[in-house]
Design a protein around this ligand. Sequence first.
Ligand code: 5GP
Length: 204
Amino acid sequence: MKLNDRGLLIVLSGPSGVGKGTVRKALFNMPGHNLEYSISMTTRKQRPGEVDGKDYYFVSREEFEKRISEGKFLEYAEFVGNYYGTPLDLVNEKLAKGNEVVLEIEVQGALQVREKCPDAVFIFLAPPSKQALYDRLRSRGTESEDVIEQRVQKANKEFQLAYKYDYIVVNDTVENAADRIMAIIRAEHAKTERTIHRYIDLLK
Ligand code: 5GP
């Protein structure tokens, strides 16, 4: 299989509370795509309503660290006291089938993917304003004030790295943001370096 026949790797980042999960779900509900979500592994406690093996694979720190030492992550990072990582073999399996794989990860992990997979597409989801983000973080009501404050600090740092991404998409409404991301994916598909190999015979 030629490298270019592998699916597209799409990295979606953005500060905690910007609505990555909601936008991703709206994107997946759109017709006519073969997007697959990469389920991450984490040591964070399961939130009410989250399903193990669907939202995340929830594991102990010990288990996570064992997997780090075995080189089983495409990337991993510590975020507000917990590990989060992308299982390498699952991503490779999906890409090898020609599917598009979406990683929804924070900035440090995204930068590791940039090093390892330079042809991935990097999209930063931004809030319409900082205030909108802080309001959302507070209204989620699942974290203590202390953790919310840490997430706010983290969001400030993440904004500073937005320039490292290929695209910045504003999440003004979920539908708009999902539409814009789909437009980016379609345009990326048509990029010459991704498609030219199909026409080599015609160009001879
Ligand atoms: P949460 O605890 O809100 O589910 O996630 C916290 C942050 O970790 C979010 O920014 C989320 O995108 C990020 N995250 C989720 N999975 C991964 C992963 O596999 N790797 C990295 N680096 N970040 C992740």
